[in-house]
Design a protein around this ligand. Structure first.
Ligand code: URA
Length: 433
């Protein structure tokens, strides 16, 4: 088989066979195909697309290009969740112990933050002692005993994706639906859970800016996941403003704890419950309505918080920080961002708010950057809220005083105001079951 033939075929909009896709993925994994030919093929895929069968074959081949996690001993109980990224998105911290407290098994890998989006692993590491890198044996032991274990993404899963993504990043081929779907789903398939709930975010802080685009992506991911033998559901959730009020690692852990302890109502709790309900529906074979009711009951009973403590302790975290969140260090410098007019907040650029948090030290601009656990933003007002001139819109936290002024300007510019009342955005734009 010759790579040039695959490129020619795809250039003319023809489908690649399973054997051709296996040849491609094997060549990418081994490093035997030159980058220029792989790049040419990626561009042809971006321009001509892929049939579902090709995308499924690519996903399977990438999932099999490295190691995988065997969760088969948990049968139908193993369930994973994947978010396409957001700002202030700390739902995993709530739903992982919640779903485990109901009897499902959440043995999952999570990513680190990059750019304006945060990562669950960074948030967990703000809890002193929490270990995100443990052996596979310990990972499985904790999953068996506690029902929940969350570690960092292993580079050994889907190595073909790592190489392809690096090429896509520098060849303008990231925004291709079959390439995005195969990239995300190959890692999820290799991570082993029988059921997967996707949180496809949409809005100013998300990869997908319109509900229509988010639906296309969600439907494709569900189709491909099913073709790979997994139970799939996707929720399309709103990311036109940060989720909850905290953006930044330790700040977000504290907010998640408030939800788990029954001290906080609102969007974060409701989106976490909706995702948890779908996870329970798939893993415990119940209707989505029954899943949601069970999730709410378990959260409100305090059982999810108890499970959170058990989980964090099992992974080495200091549980005293969960019991007394005031132990989390507070950043040395802070600044209130004040409203310069009265009115209703009509829009928020959530990506710009994520970038402001990044400027304060809460995120990374490049993979090599380090982050400050206490840095970030606490929002005081969100879309639909009325503010008066001089009210506090948000408080910024950082260890670098020199970043405050620029971050405050970024925050001000991220907000739009209206004299007319504005409705709160819907939390969920659609479900694909
Ligand atoms: N996230 C991924 O892992 N892959 C993509 O292609 C896009 C987002």
């Amino acid at each position: 088989m010759q790579m040039i033939d695959l490129i020619q075929k795809k250039k003319h909009g023809l489908s690649l066979s399973g054997e051709e896709i296996d040849f491609l993925v094997q060549g990418v994994t081994e490093g035997s195909l030159p980058d220029y030919q792989v790049s040419a093929l990626l561009m042809a895929v971006l321009l001509k697309g892929m049939e579902d069968e090709e995308t499924a074959a690519l996903t399977r081949a990438m999932a099999e290009s490295g190691g995988s996690i065997d969760l088969s001993e948990f049968g139908a109980l193993s369930v994973d969740k994947h978010s396409t990224g957001g700002v202030g998105d700390k739902t995993t911290l709530i739903l992982a112990p919640l779903v485990a407290a109901c009897g499902a098994k959440v043995a999952k890998m999570s990513g680190r933050g990059l750019g304006h989006t945060g990562g669950t692993v960074d948030k967990l590491e703000s809890i002193p002692g929490y270990r995100t890198e443990i052996s596979e044996k310990e990972f499985m032991d904790i999953a068996r005993k506690v029902g929940v274990c969350v570690i960092g993404q292993s580079g050994e899963l889907a190595p073909a994706d790592k190489k392809l993504y690096a090429l896509r990043d520098v060849t303008g081929t990231v925004d291709s639906i079959p390439l995005i779907v195969s990239s995300i789903m190959s890692k999820k398939i290799a991570a082993g859970a029988r059921s997967i709930v996707l949180d496809v975010t949409v809005g100013s802080g998300a990869f997908m800016k319109t509900v229509e685009d988010a639906k296309v992506l969600a439907e494709k991911m569900v189709t491909i996941g099913r073709a790979c033998g997994r139970n799939m559901t996707a929720l399309i959730t709103d990311m036109n403003e940060p989720l909850g009020h905290a953006v930044g690692n330790a700040l977000e852990v504290k907010e998640a704890l408030a939800v788990l302890k029954g001290q906080l109502e609102g969007d974060l709790k409701e989106v976490s419950l909706a995702l948890a309900g779908e996870m329970l529906a798939l893993s415990l074979s119940m209707s989505p309505e029954a899943g949601l009711a069970l999730a709410r009951e378990t959260l409100e009973s305090g059982a999810a918080y108890e499970k959170m403590k058990e989980w964090i302790q099992a992974q080495g975290g200091d549980v005293r920080y969960l019991e007394e969140p005031e132990r989390f260090p507070v950043a040395a410098c802070s600044l209130d961002v004040l409203a310069t007019r009265s009115g209703y907040i009509s829009a928020m650029d959530a990506e710009a708010i994520g970038q402001a948090a990044c400027r304060l030290g809460a995120g990374r601009r490049t993979k090599a950057d380090s982050i400050q656990m206490a840095a970030g933003i606490m929002l005081c007002a969100k879309i639909g809220d009325r503010v008066e001139n001089g009210d506090v819109l948000a408080t910024l936290y950082t260890e670098q005083a020199e970043s405050l002024e620029e971050a405050a300007r970024m925050y001000q510019e991220a907000l739009s105001f209206s004299d007319e009342a504005v409705p709160h955005p819907p939390l969920i734009h659609g479900v694909i079951r």
